[in-house]
Design a protein around this ligand. Structure first.
Ligand SMILES: Nc1ncnc2c1ncn2[C@@H]1O[C@H](COP(=O)(O)OP(=O)(O)OP(=O)(O)O)[C@@H](O)[C@H]1O
Length: 234
């Protein structure tokens, strides 16, 4: 679960400051996908950066699985991100020289195992299972240049899930894809969100996706408003 409460974020702008996010609150429960939409420059990326604890807000609190990120040191924040947050960006940021399988292995070895050997085996096992889950079992040994845009985005998603995050932050995952491949990526994110019980926050410009999500928020000039909630529509 991730809870953003009364988030305000400003950036320096000459002698004054520009307000990118203005008193925004939203919550994403485990196993649900919440959409975030809004025009360019409205503050979506800024809110995602706060949600992923990459930027500290001027005001407000970010709570991830009951942990208040506002009170943590930089080291503790890095640990929170490493263990609890998975990130999927618009463009795939895969390493050109690594195969799909190796992209997943470069995530830190799973630290829950007692011995290094067990950790390595568990990491390999999880990488294989996740590639299978995103439909890439047969493409594990291909490098990014040999994969389509949709396949690269699948590797990104699998990689983001390697460390079993409770929060998945996804920034415009379909913007570089055609409609059919975009729909497949959304299908995949919806399924994996249920299977892995992640709290998934998804920024998208694609209005067609929105009815499929648990709820949707719109951002305008830094202000956030709930525009649709599946519970209310049902
Ligand atoms: N690092 C920064 N320094 C100063 N101003 C910034 C910075 N990042 C964003 N802004 C400003 O904050 C506001 C919100 O930008 P943000 O990138 O969060 O919007 P967005 O909704 O994600 O836009 P897009 O859909 O184009 O990615 C804009 O006015 C932008 O110019």
């Amino acid at each position: 679960m991730i809870d953003l409460a009364n988030i305000t974020l400003t950036y320096p702008d000459g002698t004054s400051r520009i307000t990118a996010v203005d008193d925004a609150s939203l919550r994403v429960n485990a196993g649900t996908v919440v959409g975030l939409t809004g025009p360019s420059g409205s503050g979506k990326s800024s809110l995602l950066a706060v949600a992923s604890t990459l930027i500290s807000p001027d005001r407000g609190t970010v709570t991830i699985d009951g942990i208040n990120a506002t009170n943590l040191s930089l080291t503790e924040l890095a640990e929170l991100r490493r263990t609890k947050v998975g990130l999927v960006f618009q463009q795939s940021n895969l390493l050109a020289s690594l195969t799909a399988y190796e992209q997943l292995l470069v995530m830190n070895e799973l630290t829950t195992q007692r011995s290094r050997r067990a950790a390595r085996a568990a990491t390999r096992n999880r990488a294989r299972n996740l590639l299978d889950a995103v439909g890439l079992a047969a493409d594990a040994d291909k490098r990014p240049a040999q994969l389509s845009g949709g396949q690269r985005q699948r590797v990104n998603i699998a990689r983001a899930l390697m460390h079993e995050p409770s929060v998945l932050i996804v920034d415009e995952p379909t913007s570089a894809l055609d409609q059919e491949r975009g729909t497949q990526i959304i299908d995949l994110l919806l399924r994996l969100t249920g299977e892995h019980a992640t709290a998934t926050l998804l920024v998208t410009h694609d209005q067609r996706i929105l009815p499929r999500l648990t709820s949707t928020y719109a951002m305008v000039d830094g202000h956030l408003a709930l525009v649709r909630d599946a519970d209310l529509v049902a």
